[in-house]
Design a protein around this ligand. Structure first.
Ligand SMILES: NC(=O)c1ccc[n+]([C@@H]2O[C@H](COP(=O)([O-])OP(=O)(O)OC[C@H]3O[C@@H](n4cnc5c(N)ncnc54)[C@H](O)[C@@H]3O)[C@@H](O)[C@H]2O)c1
Length: 374
């Protein structure tokens, strides 16, 4: 079979007759796109231009109630707060969905064990580690120098400095948990501030460590010595509530905790308890355990019924952003391009490099030899 040119190449060069045939083949693929926000629609419409894919955008999340909408489609495209559980999988399978294309790197919202051998799943493993790392640093600097409070103060013609005292980042110790793509960018940025960087990873990259000027240490040492801890590991059974009462007790009093990873890495109630006694000095949270109830939606005319979330929002040393770490122009462009390329590869190639299954994470997946997870 002649290889269809990548979407990027079709878009960058003058379309040929072969491209027109390719586009016709791709046009028969119907994609149901859930949780479509205006910026998603804009970036995907730009990326699909000329490629032929037919995308139907649904504003709603993919749930057991909305899964019925997938009838007549071959592909379902979802984001981090679309929950693909056993019930949803059953409906998708009944409707003949062949592929779930995740517009994200993390995949903890998909029941990978149940979906195995039923529906293939692809993701966007990297779209801009810089976007997330830079946002984590934005949270750090805002909390340290209290920019979020200074902004409101000066707008009220209050030009006093009381309560806005920060600290030099230079010379302080940062603890990075997870030294993958985002963690590595973080290390580079924080080294630029002149910080001492410690890191923990269950699969340390010793080769990278050689020239990067940081030190791998055990988790307890990282907790004990860090002034700022930033989470960049995935959510797994091992990392669920990694930050809890016991780990907070091991940290320096006044610790700054930054979480741009996943909400459930932190036990929110333990974090609140730590904040109340000053054990935790600052928390920068781009993710929250129950964020799917609130994040990406406008609640300005409603009330927050989640008391834990409301309490977190009430602290002046807690800065919450609604999962916007990924949200840069470059990342949106990469997400759209990679997602469409993943879909094209699924229908036209033997190998799907961005496929995932539950066996990938335990390193016993057949994809390395056969090209697909099943
Ligand atoms: N806030 C956002 O908008 C946003 C965007 C993208 C990714 N993320 C989150 O950031 C996380 C990291 O992304 P990435 O691209 O750097 O992923 P990555 O896969 O490149 O790196 C993850 C690292 O975590 C390590 N790890 C795995 N289990 C661990 C454990 N138990 N303890 C310590 N380290 C462990 C891995 O070995 C790996 O080095 C993602 O899993 C995702 O949850 C958030």
């Amino acid at each position: 079979m002649r290889k269809i040119r990548t979407i990027g190449k079709i878009l960058k060069s003058k379309p040929t007759i072969e491209d027109a045939m390719d586009a016709a083949a791709l046009a028969s693929i119907k994609i149901a796109f859930f949780d479509a926000k205006p910026y998603d629609i804009e970036s995907f419409e730009k990326a699909t231009n000329n490629s032929g894919f037919k995308i139907t955008f649904f504003k709603s999340h993919l749930t057991t109630e909305t899964a019925a909408l997938t009838q007549g489609f071959q592909v379902v495209c979802v984001f981090v707060n679309d929950i693909i559980n056993k019930d949803v999988i059953e409906i998708l399978e009944r409707n003949g969905i062949a592929l779930i294309a995740l517009r994200a790197a993390g995949y903890n919202n998909i029941d990978l064990k149940t979906i195995f051998k039923k529906i293939h799943v692809v993701r966007v493993p990297a779209y801009s580690p810089y976007a997330v790392a830079e946002h984590a640093v934005a949270l750090m600097l805002s909390l340290n120098r209290k920019v979020h409070r200074a902004y409101y103060r000066t707008r009220d013609n209050n030009f006093t400095l009381n309560g806005l005292l920060g600290f030099d980042m230079f010379g302080k110790t940062a603890g990075i948990i997870g030294t993958g793509k985002i963690g590595k960018v973080m290390i580079g940025i924080l080294k630029g501030f002149g910080m001492r960087v410690l890191a923990y990873d269950s699969f340390p990259d010793k080769e990278y460590q050689k020239n990067a000027g940081f030190e791998y240490v055990a988790l307890d040492a990282l907790y004990r010595e860090s002034d700022i801890i930033s989470l960049h590991c995935p959510l797994t059974k091992a990392t669920y509530h990694l930050i809890n009462e016991a780990s907070i007790a091991k940290m320096k009093p006044g610790i700054m905790i930054i979480n741009t990873g996943r909400g459930m890495l932190i036990d929110s109630k333990a974090l609140i308890a730590g904040l109340k006694i000053g054990r935790v000095g600052f928390a920068g949270l781009d993710v929250y355990e129950e964020e799917s109830d609130y994040f990406f939606e406008d609640f300005s005319n409603k009330v927050i019924t989640d008391d834990v979330f409301a309490r977190l929002l009430s602290f002046n040393n807690v800065l919450v952003t609604s999962h916007q770490g990924f949200f840069t122009q470059e990342a949106l462009r990469n997400i759209a391009d990679t997602t469409l390329e993943n879909i094209r590869e699924f229908f036209t190639e033997k190998k799907i490099p961005n496929e995932i299954c539950y066996q990938c994470s335990i390193n016993s997946c057949q994809r390395n030899t056969t090209g697909k997870c099943f």
